[in-house]
Design a protein around this ligand. Structure first.
Ligand code: SAM
Ligand code: DTB
Ligand code: SF4
Length: 358
């Protein structure tokens, strides 16, 4: 089994089956890590980490019922709602992120889907962040094809919209929008020629088969998402998922490795939940093929390791910040260069590298 798996790994496929994905999860951990690191090195510059900084541009009072989320109006989490930020305050925050070493700035809003008036303001935020030479990302809930196009025209590079979990488990977590709604938004985002950031959350009480199905669904999308955020549930008091039994850390590491194997060219992001992880566990995630993190003291409403701590960790592990064309972001001569950056494997577009499985 191992040798069959081994020679097929590293190709770009969109026809994974559940037994194949479950077989990867079932490998001895060291074999799984070995294959994941090998495939990682075939496609990416080793020892580099892409760094994205998040900002909540509109906080709380969300009408949706996502069981993990502190921003839903339905749960008493003690979070104070905040209106859409001013453009200038977002620009100032992006500038600080750039100075701290981030290369991508992700603006998150607690919407089911954005209203037309707010989208105009957000488009202006995107223009300002883009002008700073940062890659731009937004996560604003469901989008229509027209809205996706409007964001593209403002200079948006990535849109984050997660599948969150398997199609089977999804209904246990969210009832106010369907899995198909999410797939429709992802299609609208692709059709507007935006890059896709799409992943999920582990540790919500899902089964091993649900974790396999989530990764299978991501890998079998018509194109692999360029970024795949793998979040560990941040348990927030007041949400229905507070008190869920924590996931075995090695199961989380396995999921990172399987994501790397199923989507060889994508950036796999070790996302929410790092504050609850040991540095040794984070190192294992990088070994498993994670090559991106959220960087900065805050995620959207909850904490993240502070930048100094992350810098020390990266230094101890010999990890470097991913650059734009070999230059660090934050330098004057980097302005406007974000879109010229090649991904670690040199794929301008992932589908251009599609291969057939042997
Ligand atoms: N409201 C928009 C939406 O849901 O599409 C965008 C913002 S929403 C907070 C973005 C993603 O953050 C969610 O899809 C979910 O995957 C992740 N997320 C939210 N709360 C989380 C938590 N407590 N732990 C881990 N991930 C979380
Ligand atoms: C993603 O996959 N994780 C980020 C980002 N995309 C928007 C959000 C994590 C949120 C964690 C809970 C919070 O801080 O509110
Ligand atoms: Fe609203 Fe997004 Fe939170 Fe769901 S995850 S409750 S849509 S902010």
């Amino acid at each position: 089994m191992t040798s069959t798996i081994s020679c097929a790994l590293g190709t770009i496929r969109h026809d994974w089956t559940l037994p194949e994905v479950e077989a990867l999860f079932a490998l001895p951990l060291m074999d799984l890590l070995f294959h994941a690191q090998r495939v990682h090195r075939e496609r990416h510059e080793p020892n580099t980490v892409q760094m994205s900084t998040l900002l909540s541009i509109k906080t709380g009072a969300c009408p949706e019922d996502c069981g993990y989320c502190p921003q839903s109006v339905r749960y008493d989490t003690g979070l104070a709602p905040e209106a859409l930020m001013e453009v200038e305050a977002v620009r100032a925050s992006a500038l600080r992120a750039r100075e701290a070493g981030a290369t991508r700035f992700c603006m998150g809003a607690a919407y089911r889907s954005p209203k037309a008036r707010d989208l105009k303001v957000i488009a202006q935020m995107i223009r300002e962040v883009h002008a700073l030479g940062l890659e731009t990302c937004a996560t604003l809930g469901m989008l229509s094809p027209q809205q996706a196009q409007e964001l593209k025209e403002a200079g948006l590079d990535y849109y984050n919209h997660n599948l969150d979990t398997s199609p089977q488990f999804y209904g246990e977590i969210i009832t106010t929008r369907t899995y198909q709604d999410r797939l429709d938004t992802l299609r609208a985002v692709r059709e507007a020629d935006l890059k896709v950031c799409c992943g999920g959350i582990l540790g919500m009480g899902e089964s091993p088969a649900d974790r396999a199905e989530l990764l299978l669904t991501l890998a079998n999308l018509p194109e692999h998402p360029e970024s795949v955020p793998i979040n560990q549930l941040v348990q927030v008091q007041g949400t229905p998922l507070a008190g869920t039994a924590p996931l075995d850390p090695f199961e989380f590491v396995r999921a990172i490795a399987v994501a790397r194997l199923l989507m060889p060219c994508s950036h796999v992001r070790l996302s929410a939940g790092r504050q609850a992880m040991s540095e040794e566990m984070q190192a294992l995630c990088f070994m498993a093929g994670a090559n991106s993190v959220f960087y900065g003291e805050k995620l959207l409403t909850t904490g993240n390791p502070d930048t100094e701590r992350d810098r020390r960790l990266f230094e101890r592990l010999g990890l470097r910040a991913e650059t734009f064309n070999g230059r660090r972001s934050g330098h004057e001569d980097d302005h406007g260069s974000a879109l010229e950056r090649e991904s670690g494997c040199g794929c301008a577009r992932l589908h251009a590298h599609a291969e057939t499985a042997p």
